[in-house]
Design a protein around this ligand. Sequence first.
Ligand SMILES: Nc1ncnc2c1ncn2[C@@H]1O[C@H](COP(=O)(O)OP(=O)(O)OP(=O)(O)O)[C@@H](O)[C@H]1O
Length: 457
Amino acid sequence: MSSDSTVPLESKADIVIRAEGLGKAYAIFKRPQDRLKQMLVRGRRKYYDEYWALRGVDLEVRRGETVGLIGRNGSGKSTFLQLLCGTLTPTCGQIVVDGRIAALLELGAGFNPEFTGRENVHLAASVLGLSNEQIDERYDSIADFAGIGDFIDQPVKLYSSGMYARLAFAVAAHVDADIMIVDEILAVGDAAFTQKCMRFIHRFKERGTLFFVSHDTGQVVNLCDRVVWLDNGTVRAVGPAKDVCHDYLAALYSGQDNAGSFRIGGSRQALPTAKMDEPVEDARTELLKSSQHRNVIELFDFSDTSPWFGERGASITNVSILDAEERGLTVLEGGEVVVLKVTCRAEREIFRPIVGFYIKDRLGQNLFGDNTFLSYQLSPITVAAGRDFAARFRFQMPYLPSGDFSVTVALAEGTQNDHTQHHWIDDALFFKVHASHVVRGLVGMPMLAITIDPEAD
Ligand SMILES: Nc1ncnc2c1ncn2[C@@H]1O[C@H](COP(=O)(O)OP(=O)(O)OP(=O)(O)O)[C@@H](O)[C@H]1O
């Protein structure tokens, strides 16, 4: 197999990564002895099959872009990243890089397991181009970021995967990288550390180029400008994060074999609905209503042209937000009780329908959502072919920050873990929040009381 190596980029100042016809083939030997034979014949005969993990990849990434890399298991994501870092050599084509890369690849990359954390920090940081003085200067900050205490002086082979990830991230965060690659490594950290890393990543985005690999499309949409979808080692799509993730999810669901073999059991009654208690009223309701922060939410109509996917054995025909008496609304306020109504039609008999929704902000972050699965888990229902049916979610709308929001809805059949997606509509409904007192956090909760006691310690 021939190879071109990774070479520095000289032209087009704005492009920091360029892959051209990039491919990687692995030699697959049927029998272990074939490997030895191959070494002996030195290429005069072939004792292996070529397996192309990556093929014909053309890609340009500009300085400052945040690019997501998505694809099923085995689609070639790690292979691409290793070619990008130079830890693998291409079989054909080339990849050229301009700048210092810090890679946070899955466990196994980078550290020497026999060395202590402290020694590995020095080693890894010097490989990434820091001088000894710079490393000494930054060591305390790196150790502090990692937050693994005395383990820093233990050999890395004794670390848990979370500790390893912490140390790796701490080093990468301190080497002034131009390009940062973040693989699934974040998935092994605990919530507090993941949040710390995400804060760093958001700051890094302002100055550097980021490659982000995740199976969590919500996170990818939230973070990335552009997404590359790898499928079977080739680029299936490159484009705006939201569009590519939508198509990827659609393909993922359509590829599922969800032929259910469920039987109807139990009664057809849903679990008892919650008592219609009074909503939780914010102690400042009157004050808020009369202030400039009045949380006015303007609703727009159901959009039947929004992107969708699904098998369409049943379809969502309307989505609306109604008042507590189920009257239509064009405007509502944070804190009010509303009914989100999703009307559907069964094209064929549907057993165990699941209707769900997410409310997302303009960055695509899921604020909250729910589905009907749990309420009907023990008493599944069947909807006959040709029938219309509706799901209703009655809840208290939280206070929302100012800005644009959307409601994504989905209709599936089966169980939470094993279902056929019939109709998933991204951004089926939009609404706009005109003013708000919520300045921190994604949503505001009604406050039952807020006090300061000047006498207390
Ligand atoms: N050293 C190797 N020898 C042979 N085949 C390999 C080797 N490394 C990877 N492959 C194969 O190449 C293909 C792509 O693998 P890769 O690890 O790049 O996928 P991936 O998209 O990162 O997967 P995942 O999401 O599971 O991490 C897979 O089919 C894998 O089995």
